[in-house]
Design a binder for this molecule. Structure first.
Ligand SMILES: [Zn+2]
Ligand SMILES: [Zn+2]
Length: 291
């Protein structure tokens, strides 16, 4: 590993900033070729170091930011299998995405990458009531982690100038709720019978409920959401959180609907989904009250 010498120019992490976003800003500030080169000099992969149990000591020396602060910004593994730390809470790793997304209004206020944009179920910026974007309207490509910087697309488009679609009040409420579940925030909107449930579990349940209710055709896993439009994602999150909020009434309605639907096309359903039989058995038990 290269012997690192701290630079006089540094940058201070923002509250809620992601580790990957901070490395991009640091590389820009220190005039490195790109974030991956700076990360490599610190013995890290980029942006993978955000979600691994990487040793951040060299990055701390280079940036002059305490290693515990950098660690808090990362999504390092926690004791629970396949789960990652996330903004004070924890989520299954399937909910942490690696491609860049952004809210143009947030970037216009301050050019840093908010960690919440890496949460796969966040469809709407809760502060600006617009949908989160993943593509540049100028080059029509996904925003990359590569240069030039957090504020611009690689084609030169200023991301703060991009127009984002307005979101409804219901979408904003759903975003606040799902983010709260992921980050260990306010659970008071949940009915009493769900308040003692683990937030990470409720995130997964909410997504799958929303996918069923929205008629999402691909597999019911977070990685399939990369093909969803922001409107489809918002619909899934809204329906899922609404269903949790109305539990048990809407939840039982959902279960009965799914059970009837599954019974009608049982052969095809079981063939396509490996876990379908177990899920159907669970649904049957839930509806009959035997599980
Ligand atoms: Zn915003
Ligand atoms: Zn572009």
């Amino acid at each position: 590993m290269i012997q690192l010498t701290p630079f006089p120019l540094t940058c201070t992490p923002y509250s809620g900033e992601s580790l990957a976003g901070f490395i991009v800003r640091l590389a820009e500030r220190l005039c490195w070729r790109d974030a991956a080169a700076l990360a490599a000099a610190a013995g890290l992969t980029f942006p993978g170091c955000s979600v691994s149990r990487a040793d951040l000591t060299s990055l701390a020396e280079l940036s002059q930011v305490p290693v515990n602060v950098l660690s808090e910004m990362s999504y390092h593994p926690v004791e629970r299998q396949e789960h990652r730390r996330f903004l004070g809470g924890q989520v299954h790793r399937e909910f942490l995405i690696r491609h860049r997304r952004f809210c143009p209004h947030c970037l216009g206020e301050s050019a840093y990458h908010r960690a919440e944009w890496d949460f796969a179920l966040l469809a709407t910026c809760p502060r600006h009531a617009v949908h989160i974007l993943a593509e540049c309207p100028k080059c029509q490509r996904r925003i990359q982690w590569k240069p030039p910087c957090i504020a611009k697309c690689a084609c030169g488009q200023e991301l703060a100038d991009v127009r984002a679609m307005d979101a409804s009040d219901a979408d904003v409420l759903a975003a606040v709720r799902i983010l709260g579940l992921a980050t260990g925030g306010d659970h008071q909107w949940l009915p009493g019978i769900l308040r003692s449930c683990d937030g990470a579990d409720l995130v997964g349940t909410s997504m799958r409920l929303g996918m069923f209710l929205a008629g999402w055709r691909p597999r019911h896993s977070a990685d399939t959401l990369i093909s969803a439009t922001t409107v489809q994602l918002a619909d899934i999150v809204r329906k899922g959180t609404d269903c949790l909020a109305a539990c048990p009434k809407d939840f039982h309605l959902f279960l009965r609907t799914r059970l009837c639907g599954a019974a009608r096309r049982r052969g095809r359903y079981v063939e396509q989904e490996g876990i379908a039989k177990a899920f159907n058995d669970w649904l049957a038990g839930q509806v009959s009250g035997t599980t």
